[in-house]
Design a binder for this molecule. Structure first.
Ligand SMILES: Cc1cc2nc3c(=O)[nH]c(=O)nc-3n(C[C@H](O)[C@H](O)[C@H](O)COP(=O)(O)OP(=O)(O)OC[C@H]3O[C@@H](n4cnc5c(N)ncnc54)[C@H](O)[C@@H]3O)c2cc1C
Length: 413
């Protein structure tokens, strides 16, 4: 056997090693169940379609009917354990749901917070009672739990948050209630939600705040909600929240007191993966619309798509979209197999946001003046794609992560 042949054989045995991969093989063919899931989700979303989405976005009204239709079909809770009424799948399946609804022109931002972060954190760190209380409603789509971490003076620096949760002394050894004080902003979908998963400071160590997670009912006394208008065309609305002595019971604490930072970072990977999936879906939608338009529109002898100035930016965005989709599969697979998924989730989110921006921008350009017309409905997706470069984590913080953790460069901040 030649050296190169033995090298190839060694590689084959590595990729086929059960212990390396869990599944026993690297298989890029999409399983039948995933193709069926994609088709079923796309079928439901197509009944609503881009016109419905654009109207709701312009009116700032939630896509409640689409959410419920997906919930009734079992797709909102596809990642929630079966014993709580969910689909028993993982992030891989939830990412497919996010991608397909976006590819049909109906992206739903709250899947990233309610289904990805909140459901995953309650399932992974919640008590049996919290799981029993919240997961069935989250699985059916009847309940939404939104996520509140961002603060005016903390932003990307989570350890600097100043919202506090202080324990009121309970009777005897029993822990008492918690009282929350502070301000959060840019919290999406509070008006649609039954509860919020709030990140608050319960102590301090040398790195900064010790964080803990609390489930707070959205109608809790002392919780003030103010609409925070944004110029994006989005059905979901954003809020500034003031917690003024909001009192919750001892059972509101999710997971361990002071271990919120580790828990939050575990929960942020699902948000990044589903955010990335939304980006890939938006890119697919925009590229589809642009390809159809550019193949038909004629202002010279040939359709405009024959001009490389039109075709190449679309082709480039298509390549970026497919690459992002591959990285999402890796990140979701790692998360679902309990492997570290921070690097791949960050890379997937970065790649998908950039692909979505490139795709929507090229689609708008290919449409000329029509790219800005309400009739062609591209601008709402441009806003959402642009948002994905900033949130849930901004592009620069991802580059910081990759520079430091993947390349071993000194921390820059
Ligand atoms: C429409 C919308 C919906 C949102 N929904 C939610 C939600 O539901 N829940 C929630 O908790 N939050 C939500 N957010 C907040 C979002 O997660 C934050 O806006 C985002 O994390 C960035 O934080 P920031 O806005 O405070 O930016 P800042 O932290 O102020 O950063 C501003 C910019 O500075 C740069 N920057 C910052 N730090 C560094 C650094 N160390 N190195 C290099 N560059 C840096 C980046 O370019 C960044 O974009 C939402 C935001 C928007 C706009």
């Amino acid at each position: 056997m030649s050296t190169s042949q033995s090298r190839i054989q060694a590689l084959r045995s590595l990729v086929n090693d059960e212990s390396q991969l869990g599944t026993g093989r690297v298989d890029f063919a999409e399983p039948e169940e995933h193709r069926a899931l994609r088709a079923a989700v796309a079928g439901i979303a197509a009944k609503f379609g881009p016109r419905y989405y654009a109207e709701r976005a312009a009116a700032r009204r939630p896509c409640a009917e689409l959410w419920q239709a997906l919930g009734n079909a079992g797709f909102i809770g596809v990642n929630i354990p079966e014993e709580y009424g969910g689909g028993g799948g993982g992030l891989t399946e939830l990412a497919l749901v996010c991608e397909e609804i976006a590819a049909a022109g109906t992206p739903l931002l709250l899947l990233l917070v309610s289904a990805a972060i909140s459901a995953e954190m309650i399932a992974d760190f919640g008590t049996d009672e919290q799981r029993g209380t919240w997961l069935p409603g989250l699985a059916s789509g009847a309940v939404k739990v939104v996520f509140a971490i961002t603060e005016p003076d903390a932003g990307s620096n989570t350890l600097r948050i100043s919202t506090t949760a202080s324990r009121v002394k309970g009777a005897g050894d029993v822990g008492g209630d918690w009282v929350l004080n502070g301000t959060k902003y840019y919290i999406s979908g509070v008006d649609e939600a039954q509860a919020l998963l709030v990140v608050a400071r319960t102590g301090q160590d040398e790195r900064g705040g010790q964080l803990s997670l609390f489930i707070v009912p959205s109608d809790a006394p002392g919780l003030d909600k103010h609409l925070l208008p944004v110029d994006l065309l989005l059905p979901e609305r954003q809020f500034t929240l003031h917690f003024d002595g909001v009192r919750v019971g001892p059972d509101a604490l999710v997971g361990e007191e002071g271990k919120g930072f580790r828990q939050v970072f575990h929960g942020l990977n699902p948000e990044r993966i589903t955010g990335a999936a939304l980006g890939v879906g938006i890119a697919r939608y925009a590229l589809g619309a642009a390809a159809r338009y550019a193949a038909e529109r004629k202002v010279w002898a040939e359709p405009i798509g024959a001009h490389q100035g039109v075709a190449h930016p679309l082709a480039k965005a298509k390549i970026e979209t497919e690459l992002a989709a591959l990285m999402i599969r890796q990140a979701a697979w790692q998360h679902d197999h309990g492997q570290p998924a921070g690097e791949s989730s960050n890379m997937a989110k970065y790649a998908a946001a950039e692909a979505a921006i490139a795709a929507v921008d090229a689609a708008i350009q290919a449409h000329g003046g029509n790219g800005l017309a309400s009739e062609y409905g591209l601008i709402p997706y441009w806003g959402l794609a642009r948002l994905l470069r900033i949130a849930p984590v901004n592009r620069e913080m991802i580059l910081n992560y990759v520079a430091q953790h993947s390349l071993g460069l000194p921390r820059s901040y």
